[in-house]
Design a protein around this ligand. Structure first.
Ligand code: HEC
Ligand code: HEC
Length: 351
């Protein structure tokens, strides 16, 4: 091979190498861009903790999340009327069933929608996407199989600190019809993507109510008020800003009284306008707020039949007796990692 041939060969190889490098660089750029857009650019830029997203659900794009079945597609007029009444009751519960309710007075003035956002349809806003496909189901809290009526009445008696609604009443039938209809597009036994709450990583420390109090003053108080009791609308028929504690708030056996549920709800939904794609609180703020709010006074309820099998109590269930030897305080505020590790070890032993 003479030197000219060698030169040509060399420059050809260099060119090929350049191509390979360029292709690699392009792939890298595309991958990085996709990665950063995964959860919304915003969230990454403000440095959110990615550890938090340990569920597969976070890998999916927005349009893969559950959307409620379209109410406009209901053909039978009487059915449509019932479903729409159900939606109205979820959104404005207090107007009909609150202390000044036009139908009956069985609840504390809150609306279901205060916690099940957008009438129970918001992604990771505690939505009802999985209910129709999964009830009746066994729940360890009651140790029984529960139907939708029982589950709805659980929230009336705990979250709305009220009385159960008669199963045969038009109102209960409407609520059931609405929840069943919007989730009718999920296959039996499957879970709707983005239903309930999005996971939040545990802190290494206990949640700190003192820090939570400061965050509350800075980020929550303007709406929920300094005394935590919220703000009624001008007519006094429902809350413009619902109470977080005090006489008219959820009681101590409600789901939000568990600090994991409160922290997850707050992280991905509060202050109003936050979402799983655009959270406004750091993980620490969410946990500390949960500790603060759930250490304020609120109604209590006696539920002696809850958790008949105490080994099934969730790690943040803050009432003993416990089978694992951790204190009530640690079950209420954490740190949760040691409790979780003990629980995992226990269930490994059993299986
Ligand atoms: C103070 C907040 C709050 C209010 C108000 C509230 N809920 Fe709930 N609800 C929760 C929480 C938290 C959960 C999840 C608890 C759990 O999984 O143990 C839940 C769970 C449910 C579920 C089961 C969801 C599932 O996927 O299994 C249904 C159904 C439900 N609520 C209906 C209602 C109805 C109807 C109302 C109004 C009458 C209402 N809730 C009001 C907080 C609330
Ligand atoms: C701009 C006003 C606003 C701010 C600020 C705000 N919230 Fe809310 N919050 C609301 C409204 C309105 C609802 C009810 C939403 C609905 O009914 O659609 C709500 C609902 C809630 C609920 C469930 C209902 C209840 O009363 O138990 C919790 C818990 C909550 N907020 C916590 C917080 C926390 C913690 C902060 C501070 C990080 C915060 N909010 C900041 C307006 C606000």
């Amino acid at each position: 091979m003479d030197s000219q041939e060698l030169h040509q060969k060399l420059s050809k190889s260099v060119k090929q190498l350049m191509w390979v490098l360029a292709t690699l660089a392009l792939t890298l750029v595309v991958t990085v861009t996709l990665y950063f857009n995964r959860e919304g650019l915003n969230q990454k830029l403000i440095g959110e903790n990615t550890e938090a997203s340990d569920s597969v659900q976070t890998e999916k794009k927005e349009n893969d999340y559950w959307q409620p079945a379209d109410l406009n597609l209901i053909k039978v007029a009487s059915q449509k009327e019932l479903v729409l009444y159900g939606k109205e009751l979820i959104s404005h519960t207090s107007k009909y069933l609150g202390p000044k309710g036009s139908v009956t007075q069985i609840s504390n003035g809150m609306n279901c929608q205060n916690c099940h956002l957008d009438a129970g349809t918001k992604v990771f806003g505690n939505n009802y996407g999985s209910v129709a496909a999964n009830y009746p189901k066994f729940r360890a809290r009651s140790g029984t199989e529960e139907d939708i009526y029982k589950r709805v009445n659980d929230c009336f008696e705990r979250s709305l600190n009220g009385k159960p609604l008669d199963t045969l009443s038009k109102e209960m039938q409407a609520i059931k019809a609405y929840i069943s209809y919007i989730g009718s597009n999920i296959e039996k036994g499957k879970n709707a993507l983005g239903s309930g709450f999005k996971e939040l990583a545990f802190l290494d420390r206990a949640a700190d109510q003192k820090k939570g109090k400061e965050v509350y003053a800075a980020k929550c108080q303007s709406c929920h008020q300094a005394n935590g009791e919220g703000l009624l609308n001008a007519e006094g028929t429902e809350y413009s800003f619902p109470p977080l504690w005090g006489k008219h708030a959820y009681n101590d056996k409600a789901g939000l009284y568990r600090i994991t549920f409160f922290a997850r709800y707050a992280k991905y939904n509060m202050p109003l306008g936050a979402s799983h794609e655009n959270p406004q609180l750091s993980d620490e703020e969410a946990w500390d707020l949960a500790a603060f709010v759930n250490s304020q006074p609120r109604p209590t309820k006696s539920t002696p039949n809850d958790w008949p099998d105490i080994s099934k109590k969730p790690i943040d269930h803050p009432f003993g007796p416990f089978y694992d030897g951790f204190s009530e305080t640690q079950h209420k505020y954490g740190p949760f990692k040691p409790i979780k590790a003990a629980k995992d070890a226990q269930s490994k032993k059993q299986s």
